[in-house]
Design a binder for this molecule. Structure first.
Ligand SMILES: Nc1nc2c(ncn2[C@@H]2O[C@H](COP(=O)(O)OP(=O)(O)O)[C@@H](O)[C@H]2O)c(=O)[nH]1
Ligand SMILES: [Mg+2]
Length: 444
């Protein structure tokens, strides 16, 4: 991949459409624009042009053309945009023309964003936010992604780094005077509370990051309980479709069934599992139960379901967020209701629908609690978390050094600041480019 190439791609997605946007970035953009559309329009002003084949002068299409000379463009390079009709043939014809020129080639996935990053039009955290935005499926994901894309998180990382640089400077200033009595002690005494306060902020952000990560990946809600209590029936009602097979035969659900839905703008993965009971000699059922137990262990929210006609041997295998007593239509004697008052209990009937809406509202509340306020979290990816944890480690170490080791304390703070700089890609950015831009689509 040559960075001085001029690259082009359909940025508006593939397939037939009213309009397709072709984006071109790189040094030859102006020349190509002139060749197919005539004199470039005024920068950033839309202009309607005939696009012609430069060799035959045949009109290929009529398009809105934009000219955005670098460095004030999305990529920081010269950028031309052709808003052509979304016709596969028209796009093909233009692409054949573009390819005739040396150093002009189709863009690879994420290559426009990669150039934007290299030209300081955005930092790594903003690029990750953009990637998240392109993939966002729910309102809460969109909010979190835009916060990152527009630099909200980067400014926090920068403020942390600024504080570290200032602490480091204070320590280094004292190093030159270690021979003078009390200078190193005074410097350490001054930076200690600042270091502790920063560590507390970093640790708080790390503590939040798991909840924030769940907002990106989806809240896992596992439906579990003994066989035949109506787990699959209830999951289908919440998912509003027949995702899981419902049958009066115990042991019907064997594999874990996943259904993605959105509750209160939050992505949720509902998981139906095999009924848990002891003493089954059915090999497949036992494998299903093993899978069910492993999903329970990794669940964000556990819904434990039982019903009056099925013996719930031990109750929830793990603490349940909501206990559901299904088949309330079979209840005659109110005395068989759930005894355990510690967990939330809800009575429903998947058959008559009684209590189901109240259950869904309850679940929605739990989902929102699980990720509430996370739209503005600073650390939302494992990559970000691990470098911030490195930084915290270095800061803890810096606090162990006394006045006679003030150089070592300063060195730890320098490492801590280097770690934070890795998050936004101020340093070591090259190592990460491949893994980050592979997530992008062509044309972005
Ligand atoms: N009477 C009654 N039967 C139900 C209710 N919910 C489910 N069932 C029946 O219970 C049986 C087991 O349901 P299913 O959803 O497959 O249970 P699972 O094994 O826990 O997934 C089926 O015959 C359902 O029709 C309910 O609320 N009332
Ligand atoms: Mg089932």
């Amino acid at each position: 991949m040559n960075r001085s190439d001029t690259i082009f791609a359909v940025s508006s997605g593939s397939g037939v459409a009213g309009i397709s946007v072709i984006r071109m970035s790189g040094p030859a953009s102006q020349k190509i624009l002139e060749l197919v559309a005539g004199t470039p329009p005024k920068p950033r002003l839309a202009s309607v042009r005939h696009l012609r084949d430069p060799s035959s002068q045949e009109v290929i299409d009529q398009a809105v053309v934009l000219w955005m000379p670098g460095p004030n463009s999305a990529t920081g390079e010269d950028v031309a945009e052709f808003h052509v009709h979304g016709s596969i043939a028209a796009i093909d014809a233009l692409f054949r023309i573009f390819r005739r020129y040396d150093g002009v080639r189709p863009a690879e996935a994420g290559e426009f964003s990669r150039r934007a990053l290299m030209n300081d039009r955005m930092d790594l955290v903003e690029a990750e936010g953009l990637s998240d935005l392109l993939q966002a499926k729910t309102e809460a994901q969109r909010r979190m992604a835009t916060h990152h894309m527009l630099g909200g998180a980067s400014s926090i990382y920068e403020s942390w780094r600024g504080e570290l640089i200032s602490i480091q400077a204070r320590l280094e200033a004292a190093i030159d005077f270690v021979d003078e009595e009390g200078v190193a002690d005074a410097a350490l005494a001054e930076v200690k509370p600042r270091t502790l306060s920063l560590v507390a902020r970093l640790e708080k952000a790390v503590a939040e990051s798991d909840r924030a990560g769940v907002l990106r990946s989806g809240v896992k809600v596992v439906f579990a309980g003994p066989p035949n209590v109506g787990k699959s029936s209830l999951l289908n009602l919440v998912a509003a479709r027949e995702a899981a097979i419902v049958s009066s035969r115990p042991g019907t659900t064997r594999d874990v069934i996943e259904v993605s839905i959105v509750l209160a703008g939050v992505p949720v993965i509902l998981m139906d599992t095999a009924g848990l009971r002891s003493g089954s000699d059915d090999e497949i059922e036992n494998i299903g139960m093993t899978r069910a137990r492993s999903e329970l262990a990794g669940a964000d929210i556990v819904i434990w379901i039982s019903s009056p006609d099925v013996n719930d041997e031990q109750g929830p295998a793990v603490p349940a967020a909501i206990r559901v007593l299904n088949k309330s239509d079979l209840l005659t004697d109110k005395s068989i209701r759930l005894r355990n008052d510690e967990e939330k209990t809800v009575e429903i009937s998947a058959r008559t629908g009684a209590g189901v809406n109240a259950f869904i509202a309850e679940l929605e509340g739990l989902v929102v609690d699980r990720v509430g306020g996370m739209e503005h979290a600073t650390i939302i990816r494992a990559r970000q978390k691990s470098v911030v944890e490195d930084s915290i480690g270095h800061l803890h170490e810096s606090l162990t050094h006394g006045a006679e080791q003030i150089e070592l304390a300063a060195e730890c703070v320098r490492k801590a600041s280097h770690s934070i700089a890795r998050v936004t890609g101020r340093v070591d950015v090259e190592d990460l480019l491949g893994s980050i831009f592979s997530e992008f689509c062509i044309g972005k």
